[in-house]
Design a protein around this ligand. Sequence first.
Ligand code: COI
Length: 361
Amino acid sequence: MSRFAIEPHPSPVSASERAGLLESPAFGTVFSDHMARIDWRAEGVGWHDHRLVPYGPLELMPATSVLHYAQEIFEGLKAYRWPDGSIRTFRPTANAERFGLSARRLALPELPVEDFLDSLSALVEMDQGWVPTGVGTSLYLRPFMFASESFIGVRAAHEVSYLVIASPVGAYFKGGVAPVSIWVDQRHHRAGPGGTGSAKCGGNYAGSLVSQELAYAHGCEQVLFLDALTSSNLEELGGMNVVVVMADGSVVTPPTSGTILEGVTRSSLLQLIRDRDLEVDERPVELAELLAGIKSGQVAEVFACGTAAVVTPVGWLAGEDFEVAVGDSQPGALTMSLYEELTGIQYGLREDKHGWTHRLV
Ligand code: COI
């Protein structure tokens, strides 16, 4: 029995309008009828008022703390419609645990894992008609927590809200699973040692936007950051981890040692690669080494990975003084077979050997 009280939407989107919206949803533009919400208050009250309410505007005072100091964290997961009619998500406990890690780093209260999981089930059960059926489509779930207290002194908020919204999505990039071009930002950094790099907080993304704009200005689709200490090692993209496939089939990727987000898709793919008896080396990867490897042919493929973009081949890399194509700029064989394997598991088309999928409805 769900602990979420339900306030149904008074005028939900009609089934026929919804069918149109679900046909080819552009990423993050359309939202389902409801959202889950739980509020938190300090002074011994804790988490209270678990509920599903109509998706709609939030009423916030102009002094609401998050608007000033960005005390906010979020997660990203997807709900997939399976051939047996059930709706599943992927490794939600990993997201719940990372949400806890982010909360601790941002001095926000920790949401119990059970509340996180229940909020997903309650919302997806209520809005199950919003889970699209097309190949590569899903219902993207966005849990987030923010300082909702109206107070502009600088301290951790005493009032916090947790919400989950849901958005039917297709491919993250307009071109679908096609090679993307990457701008390597050699001027700005995303995170430094001891900072918030491994937390999934809005501030990290805010700081990345000027670099993303630079990427667009140089005709690239995504930005790649280098480490703040030496400006020489790869870190991560604006919203994805990066993985390099060598010509001998081994794989190298930067270690998540505090400045890089511990991607759930990243760790799942590394496991699937190890399952194939291929070597995975989590170690610093120098930009110079990557460029030399691409030139010499030692580097065969580069891909980006994340919940939203799944597995995305990288076709080109450019920076202030270089521009290279990765291989023949076509999607690499390992990249695409990992995409097939991971999405096969997520959509219930392949055996889930690791017990990663989780039934919501
Ligand atoms: C995700 O992959 O789910 C992300 O959170 C990346 C981005 C859409 C912010």
